[in-house]
Design a protein around this ligand. Sequence first.
Ligand code: GAL
Length: 713
Amino acid sequence: MRQIFILVIVLMANCSSEAQSISWQEMAPGVWKGVVGKPESYDLLQASGATPNREAISHMGKAVFPLAVEDISGMVSDGKTYLRFPLDKAEQIYGFGLNFQTVQQRGKILELHVDNFAGKDNGRTHAPTPFYVSSKGYGVFINAARYIKVWAGTAVLRDSKHPPEPKDRNLDKTWTSRPYSDGVEILVPAAGAEVYLFAGPKPLDAVARFNLWNGGGCLPPRWGLGFTQRVQRLYDADMVKKEADDFESKGYPLDFIGLEPGWQSKSYPCTFEWDPKRFPAPAAFVKDMLDRHIRLNLWTNPYVSPESSIYSGIKPYTASHTVWVGAVPDLSMESARKIFFGQLKKSQVDIGISGYKFDEVDGGDSYLWPDVAIFPSGHSAEQMRQTYGLLAMRCSMDMFRQSNRRTFGLVRANNGGGVSFPYVIYNDYYNHEDFITALINSGFSGVLWTPEVRASKTAEEWLRRFQSNIFSPLAMINAWSSGTKPWTFPEVAEQVRQLALLRMQMMPYWYSEFARYHFMGIPPFRAMNLEEGFGDGTQKQNNMAGLETNPYEEAVIKEVKDQYMAGQYLLVAPMFIGQTSRKVILPKGNWFDFYTGSFAGNGTVITVTPGLDKIPVYVKDGGIIPMMKPRLHAPAIGEKMDLEIRYYGTKPGHYLLYDDDGETFNYEKGEYSFREITITPGASGKPVCTISAPVPGKPNTIGDVRWIFPGHE
Ligand code: GAL
């Protein structure tokens, strides 16, 4: 349960309409809370139930308050909370949720509103997390379940301490329609809000503190990091079994299959009951699949059909309005949760279903409940919209926890507070370039994102999309509409197979990187901007259309949004359709080609022509990548894996290899270990490698270890 903080000092009187500085209380080393007005009792952290990992935060050490207290202000006026944070001239800010087209957010006006992304970064997105991180190394989080408006360095105070110079637009070429703004201003439509400040010193430290305050990142089961295929809608049990057999016989890895609409007797609205014709014997079917080493994940949205057996029971705990004629359970109420998740548990989880895809819990406005809907808990429609995804994830994780089984699934809405939930966001937008920008941005906001593969026009597109997908949190084909398979394009079927096998080989690396996310708060997929030696990677581009077309247009900032960090050591630079070569920015320090180990560059921009078969990937000097042999399924509980540990470059390398049973929550009781790997260049030129001994009494899944030195003679 979330801790109750008592020592909160409320400086801002409810009626005060003059901005005053906020009084801050240090909650943990480098984490401060400030209160303005009277915050609502229902907020993001309350809805998610996030429990801060205080021990891990303390481990990061003490930090000084990162801003001048007098530069942050707040007040309540007109029943709303007004907040202001300072911005330096050279400062960049990142975050504000899962944006798809831009990484830097300075200069944006956003309304943070849970929604299905509609092609424009305006704050309406699947996870509009009210958190931003500054290039100066601190983070700000607004803990409010409201549609929050943000002016991220656009508004100029009349009495600013750093006012921009007034200029004559007609005579002065340096006139700009966006005069310099020295603040981030935020409007919360509630008469109070809790605000958190997270210290650095580096931006990544601030992100880590935010994640740890939210409970740390999720730790998926090992099988969640394998490969998953979502079959076409209306598949029946035999078709699903055949799909699994095809994967096996053709030698493609597969850990779980997603069933799309069609497994329920009715959907849109849903019954949450198996269809008796397509799945006449669900328990036997699920068991049969588990015997094939294949787990199942079920698509659903939460809107209850009048024909569902739970309809009459749950009706009193549903909203005034429906979605696709389905009743909307008020998941903030225990009575609704009990009935809804009770049905899922009894009918599906108890017979071995391993996870869910909670669809359409985000929006859009045309079908979701309107803001005038009434929920029986008394929470407003707006609050429910901002937290519905959080509630669905929280309850479903609790449901799996009851049987001590971890889950890994999909969701279309998340928000602040949802860092520790084992759910990956996806959508229908399907723009490969923007999918990569979303992957970059996910790391600023404590969420996971998959650039899923669906259909493609050409084999080239198929392969390019597949390549970036296997370097993401969830390697998945979503064939719900197209019915595609990994081998759909025969001319690249073998390349796709090899990529899927590479994903499996890298499982020990991915798993350890998720453990870092969980225990240390470091996102497994991150922007280059969080990487030391990168800089901010921006260039101003003057391509203004002219006065006639838009007299207020500004030069655009060109930024790096097509390469990212995957785990501690890898830099991934996806190729897009039609590209035969691309530029890759290598930060300061030596970087090596992932495939060959050859030196690639140091603090430079390289142009690469990798051919269709390869996605460019680079490894930092001293990089250690623990891998295992190619295989079709994740190791079973208790199974030992032989490792192939790769080492790149010449710098001494250090890695913490995570190990536990891979499936249960026993790690929460301390049943895990980090095995320490160190590699130093030996006198004879041959690296000297060590791995610490297994910790007595802890799960040990590591068999023989072979050391590999790509690029070394
Ligand atoms: C969409 C979802 C797709 C698929 C489909 C099924 O909302 O984004 O991935 O699940 O529903 O109807």
